[in-house]
Write a protein that binds this ligand. Structure first.
Ligand code: FE
Length: 347
């Protein structure tokens, strides 16, 4: 397979940020023929840094379709799990997020980097030390906060009680044993206390339905009581789309409010889908990480130590919101106003 010099160089920089050293073992995990070029280039980059490296390729099969969280080909595959747990680092191109298997690999001290975006997105959103600093600052604030509130001119006003769950950071690389990250990325997030989320969220045109890879076209009002969505309404088709999609999982826990945070990657673009027209391969990291979003979501909380492992996960990045942690304002109308996380010059 032909190796592109630009790809090799970028992936070598990425693995250098991840602290890959001679003698370490970097396993590239793929399914079927997905991401073969990226997998090949990551192995070449790992080899350049003196690491042992190989590709563990598994069959995805029908039940493990992309987009269904926490259901993947490692379930019940003990030899593959043993191999992954013996690595220094796993590059995950299968999508283990929200699975018990990912938690098990991390618990063995293996750092995991998820990479499931096309090269142009990896290049566009490439992480920096400054992004890490700002994302870790956000993590520190979330760890101390007891309440998060976000509002919007469209009528959103919702409060999360915090403190029960840990906070996770995603800045696009990982060098600590057992730590997971996602290349590319750029936000921190946590989960409201069990039963401790109440209010109203109003999705507006231009907000993003990541599961469908499309923009909201018509306002949708979600009423939340004690951490669960109890009503979804709206004049247009979006409210029906969201409700029908959630109902298709036949799981009442799909109505739970999931992780909450805000985007800090100034190189990510909310309008990415409109620019590239590459919906089938374009994943959603631009949407999840764009600077100044509120990343509202529904579904599982397994990743943060909760018990909800519903397979239905909706990430709903929102624009033009205001956000406070206790009485400290972080966002004003979709702009980061906190000086420690603000970027003055954006591309
Ligand atoms: Fe999510």
């Amino acid at each position: 397979m032909k190796l592109d010099a630009e790809v090799l160089e970028l992936f070598t920089q990425e693995l250098t940020l991840c602290g890959v050293k001679p003698g370490e073992t970097v396993v590239v995990l793929t399914a079927d023929d997905e991401w073969a070029e990226n997998a090949n280039a990551f192995m070449a980059a790992a080899g350049r840094l003196g690491a042992h490296t190989f590709n563990l390729n598994v069959r995805r099969g029908q039940r493990n379709a992309v987009g269904v969280q926490g259901r993947h080909p490692l379930v019940g595959n003990e030899p593959a799990m043993r191999t992954l747990k013996s690595a220094s680092m796993v590059i995950d191109m299968v999508g283990l997020l929200f699975s018990r298997e990912q938690a098990e690999i991390q618990a063995a001290g293996v750092r995991i980097l998820r990479v499931m975006e096309p090269f142009h997105v990896l290049k566009q959103m490439f992480p920096t030390e400054d992004l890490r600093r700002r994302v870790e600052y956000a993590k520190g604030l979330l760890e101390k906060a007891r309440q998060l509130r976000f509002t919007s001119a469209a009528g959103t006003d919702i409060v999360y009680q915090l403190g029960q769950y840990p906070v996770m950071s995603e800045y696009g690389y990982t060098y600590e044993p057992g730590r997971w990250d996602h290349f590319p990325s750029g936000f921190s997030f946590t989960q409201g206390n069990d039963g401790g989320i109440d209010g109203v969220v109003v999705l507006q045109p231009g907000d993003i339905l990541c599961a469908f890879k499309q923009y909201v076209q018509s306002p949708v009002t979600l009423c939340v009581e004690k951490g669960m969505v109890v009503d979804i309404s709206g004049e247009g088709t979006d409210a029906q789309l969201i409700k029908s999609y959630i109902d298709s999982f036949h799981d009442p826990r799909a109505y739970a409010v999931s992780h909450i945070g805000w985007g800090l990657n100034e190189k990510a673009r909310w309008y990415q889908f409109a620019v590239t027209r590459q919906l089938p391969v374009e994943h959603v990291m631009n949407a999840l990480a764009f600077y100044g979003n509120v990343l509202f979501s529904l579904g599982p909380n397994l990743e943060l130590g909760g018990t909800n492992d519903t397979a239905c996960h909706l990430d709903l990045p929102m624009r033009r919101c205001n956000l406070w942690l206790d009485d400290v304002q972080i966002l004003r109308e979709g702009d980061v106003i906190h000086p420690e996380m603000r970027v003055e010059h954006r591309p």
